[in-house]
Design a protein around this ligand. Structure first.
Ligand code: MN
Length: 286
């Protein structure tokens, strides 16, 4: 918690917002029993980790003040200025957009969210807010879990994806999945041989192995990175493949970036020595 404060000078708007949020939410607790302020601090930390500016981190700290306390937007503007107040106002408005599972026109809901946003920072703080709410969903009653998960699956995960935040989108979907499709989730947990975390560990081993082998063969890779498939995208693919796990070949993926086309073919040759291609499953997109 104090990590956040340590990152900003005492006169920063973030430091002031932190103290104010603590005071404003003083008597409130979350469903988990934690002081309410722990939520806004977590959101602010996420926003900071994404590299957003000070007004955004301050807005993250203040995002629930207008809706949940007796302080008004005017109070925010007087203390923190127009820019922070503008961001907080956007976040307060987003909070009032209501989603109901019966409302199937999710595309217009996504458009509504975007139109309320005006400034991309508002949407980013909102996504950080949603991420923390999803990570702490366990304390809520089942009907709330389901409603929030449906909204996350249908509105916020796709928006994150469109912003190019695939990892965030995947995590939001995976946190929603057990609540939006409990039967599907149980099926996957029973039939999967590895967990997402195990796939991450495996992917890390693969990355190290690929990097070393490339080096040994004199290929200078610019980056070698890996990803593990999230549960939700795996499940979607399984539906297309008749629920046959043996048809899924991309539980982990490696991406190698090199400087030239020649090196690219050479790297491919090396990878094929490590893992032989499966006949009919190999595509060369070079
Ligand atoms: Mn919030």
């Amino acid at each position: 918690m104090s990590d956040l404060l340590a990152a900003y000078p005492p006169e920063s708007v973030v430091t002031h917002a932190y103290a104010f949020a603590k005071e404003a939410h003083r008597d409130a607790v979350r469903a988990s029993g934690d002081p309410y302020v722990t939520h806004v601090i977590a959101v602010a930390n996420t926003v900071r980790s994404w590299g957003l500016d000070e007004p955004s981190v301050a807005a993250a700290l203040l995002h629930d003040v207008v809706e949940d306390t007796t302080f008004t937007l005017k109070d925010i503007e007087q203390r923190f200025g127009k820019e922070v107040a503008f961001l907080v106002d956007g976040l307060t408005k987003l909070k009032r957009i209501s989603y109901s599972p019966e409302q199937r026109d999710v595309e217009s809901l996504r458009k509504l969210v975007i139109s309320f946003t005006k400034d991309l920072r508002v949407l980013l703080v909102k996504l950080a807010d949603r991420l923390h709410n999803m990570r702490t969903l366990a304390s809520l009653p089942p009907d709330r879990q389901r409603k929030i998960s449906l909204e996350t699956m249908e509105v916020y995960a796709p928006l994150a994806y469109r912003l190019g935040m695939q990892k965030l989108s995947g995590e939001l979907e995976d946190l929603s999945f057990p609540h939006t499709n409990p039967e599907g989730y149980d099926w996957l947990m029973k039939n999967m041989e590895s967990s997402y975390e195990e796939r991450i560990v495996y992917a890390d081993r693969v990355r190290a192995m690929v990097a070393t082998t490339l080096k040994k063969n004199g290929i200078q890779a610019i980056t070698v990175d890996t990803r593990a498939k999230h549960h939700t995208s795996l499940y979607k693919k399984l539906i297309r493949r008749g629920m046959d796990l043996s048809q899924i070949y991309d539980l982990v993926a490696v991406r190698i970036i090199v400087g030239t086309i020649e090196e690219c073919y050479a790297a491919l040759g090396i990878v094929h020595k490590l893992w032989s291609p499966i006949h009919g499953q190999f595509d060369d997109y070079i």
